[in-house]
Design a protein around this ligand. Structure first.
Ligand code: PXL
Length: 279
């Protein structure tokens, strides 16, 4: 049984089945205690909704971190997702330094771009800073767009090929992370998956590719990965569980075209609970 405690730092999109409203239930379903530090509060996520509110919570971060330090609160892993400002990247680094147990894991999902473009509100400068945060991580979880932006690689529309993915992995690994889990790899027809790169070696996992793209799946993937890892699964096994869980979530959403803003991950939580919890 895992008694690990994770801190996750990302936004609350009040509506949208992503970031903290996904990370908290998904990691909890893995049987892992989950503390949260909201980076910002938005009325909705920014992918498809327009006119969302945005409250940057950067100003609260140093005091929250200081309080935890004073209380001696420590985490086995700090997992970051969508961050609300450039300044926050620095605060996150400090919180990681001050609250991780010795040997605790820094896990960074850049959560800033997809389909060749930065999410609304982010700049090239932010992307480069995020590249440094990924470089300081034990495990970085970029998608292909994010890996391109952080490494100055041209984004290729379409499936690409194995050579393109390997070059991207070389460059992403060179940023400095001990391990890179590249999401959304799919250069063979009908297949989609992940590439796990460590010490110059890549292990791939592919499953069926569904016709529809869904919002928030990167957050769901990273959260299931972190939960599985904290339950003691090896990095590759956690990467596989997270991929299968994300696919389950997408399948639960098929047929409901009105549900465009996220996936019905709640309906796949029983699958995750059964799969990950070791009793
Ligand atoms: O799912 C990534 C994400 C998280 N948080 C916010 C977003 C997005 C993607 O658009 O806008 C606020």
């Amino acid at each position: 049984m895992s008694d690990k405690r994770v801190l996750t730092i990302q936004d609350i999109s009040c509506v949208g089945q992503c970031s903290l409203t996904a990370a908290l239930p998904v990691i909890s379903a893995c049987g892992v205690e989950t503390a949260v530090l909201p980076s910002a509060v938005l009325s909705t996520h920014t992918g498809g909704f327009t006119g969302n509110t945005f409250r940057d919570l950067s100003g609260d971060m140093p005091a929250i971190g200081n309080h935890w330090k004073k209380e001696g609160i420590r985490f086995d892993a700090v997992y970051t997702g969508y961050l609300g400002s450039l300044k926050q990247i620095g605060y996150v680094r400090t919180i990681m330094e001050e609250t991780l147990v010795p040997g605790g894991l820094k896990i960074v999902d850049p959560a800033m771009a997809d389909h060749g473009r930065l999410y609304r509100g982010f700049t090239g400068e932010f992307a480069l800073e995020m590249g440094k945060l990924c470089g300081a991580a034990d495990i970085a979880l970029p998608n292909i767009t994010e890996a391109c932006l952080m490494t100055g690689t041209a984004y290729e529309e379409g499936p690409g090929d194995a050579a393109y993915i390997e070059t991207l992995l070389d460059r992403a690994e060179a940023l400095g992370a001990k391990c890179v889990v590249l999401k959304g790899v799919g250069y063979e027809p009908g297949k989609l998956g992940v590439a796990v790169r460590r010490d110059g070696k890549t292990d791939y996992y592919f499953h069926e590719k569904l016709a529809r793209n869904s919002h928030g799946t990167g957050d769901i993937y990273a959260s299931a990965f972190v939960g599985s890892l904290m339950q003691g699964y090896a990095v590759y096994d956690a990467a596989v569980i997270a991929a299968d869980f994300t696919l389950e979530c997408m399948k639960k959403t098929i047929g409901d075209e009105a549900h465009w803003y996220g996936v019905k991950f709640e309906k796949a939580l029983p699958w995750l609970i059964t799969k990950v919890n070791r009793g």
